[in-house]
Design a binder for this molecule. Structure first.
Ligand code: ADP
Ligand code: DP6
Ligand code: CO
Length: 356
């Protein structure tokens, strides 16, 4: 791109989707490289609904790297931001030293200005760190002209971000190497695999969670023996079962594993000392409602999962969406809950998303 009046040498805007884990990541074995204690598996949402949009420019005239998040300047020296910037610049330098002649114009030595916006609540348990860091790394790679497997870099921004680099059903393989080179995201099935699967996001609270995922899981690793048991003995079996359920499009098996894994994750939060409460009364009511609904029909038609926050993510099949929405509206009428649920319901019924 020719330099304009601002001296911009390169600029790119990209979007990235959130992903919701059905087998949860909770706990690191290496905090700096963000290496997990267990593998995890998620579904990437459609970008029409929840997404991050990030614009990054480089310019000769920029004095320093800077970042704005949702319109407010944030500290660029955050170690995770620095890891992502450092790794992308390292790949760009490597590309130049490998003899790519077109690289001077990308402003490799120039500073970057990053502007990122989430169109959904940040730090409320709706995976803003996943969409945010996936988008950051993807956009940086565009600006610096890098075409490489980027999930290991996104992982160093936020663990869950590595899974947002792919659409559809994605596993994050924990890996075993100390340098983290084998701790990568991998698509299990593409977004076209299970078109009948639908996702609803029920917003119980859009507030920032009191304890962020990073510090919450740190305390859990330090104090919860249930978490240790989960990582070693439970998750490996569940990963196999979940991959099989997804591949066979077996909704009852997928749904049961999803709910059990969400419940065990929140049990490890209670087993943490001091305990962490991410669910609220409304979350508990949704859990009961889903089980009563499934009991009524004598089959598992709907599943819930909750990340580190009170907001429910519901999985169901297309044929049951409208009835389940009616049931939720009946039990949570908009006038008694500030319209929070209704705000979440009709807009967030999404098919699976396309790749970035
Ligand atoms: P969530 O449940 O929303 O993922 P986390 O506690 O995991 O909450 O992470 C929230 C943090 O992620 C924010 O405080 C911020 O540091 C980072 N984050 C969120 N959105 C973005 C973004 N668009 N770009 C860069 N970082 C982001
Ligand atoms: C409950 O990826 O947000 O959403 O790696 O410290 O940034 P950091 O944590 P983060 O943790 C996500 C936890 C979770 C489960 C999941 O997404 O797998
Ligand atoms: Co997060």
């Amino acid at each position: 791109m020719p330099e304009g009046s601002m001296g911009i040498s390169n600029i790119a805007t990209c979007t990235a989707p959130v992903n919701i884990a059905v087998i949860k990541y909770w706990g690191k074995r290496n905090e700096e490289l963000i290496l997990p204690i267990n593998s995890s598996l998620s579904v990437t949402l459609h970008q029409d609904q929840l997404k991050t949009t990030t614009t990054i420019a480089t310019s000769r005239s920029f004095q320093e790297d800077r970042i704005w998040l949702n319109g407010k300047e944030e500290d660029i020296n955050h170690p995770r931001l620095q890891s992502c910037l450092r790794e992308i610049r390292r790949l760009a330098r490597k590309r130049r030293s490998d003899g790519d002649p077109g690289l001077d114009s990308t402003g490799l030595s120039h500073k970057v200005h990053i502007c990122s916006v989430n169109n959904f609540p940040t730090a409320a348990g709706l995976a803003s760190s996943a969409a945010g860091f996936a988008c950051l790394v993807h956009t940086l790679a565009r600006v610096f002209g890098i075409e490489a497997e980027l999930s290991a870099i996104a992982r160093q921004g936020s663990g869950s971000a590595c899974r947002s680099m792919y659409g559809g059903f994605v596993q994050w393989i924990m890996g075993h190497q100390d340098d983290g080179k084998d701790s990568l995201a991998q698509q299990v099935e593409p977004e076209t695999h299970w078109p009948e699967l639908r996702i609803l996001v029920l917003v119980a609270s859009a507030e920032r969670k009191p304890i962020g995922s990073t510090s919450g899981m740190h305390t859990s690793v330090e104090t919860s023996c249930l978490l240790k048991h989960r990582a070693e003995a439970v998750v490996p079996v569940r990963m196999d079962g979940m991959i099989e359920a997804v591949q066979r499009k077996d909704f009852p098996a997928f749904a049961e594993l999803t709910m059990k894994d969400s419940n065990q994750f929140h049990a490890t939060c209670l087993d943490t000392y001091p305990p962490i409460f991410y669910l609220n009364n409304v979350s508990h009511q949704i859990i009961n409602l889903v089980h009563q609904y499934n009991n009524y029909y004598g089959e598992t038609r709907v599943a819930y999962t909750f990340d580190a926050g009170p907001n429910a993510v519901i999985f169901t099949l297309q044929e049951h969406v409208s009835e389940f929405i009616q049931v939720v509206r009946h039990f949570f009428p908009p006038e008694t809950n500030d319209g929070q649920f209704i705000k979440g319901l009709p807009v967030n019924c999404a098919p699976l998303s396309e790749e970035l």
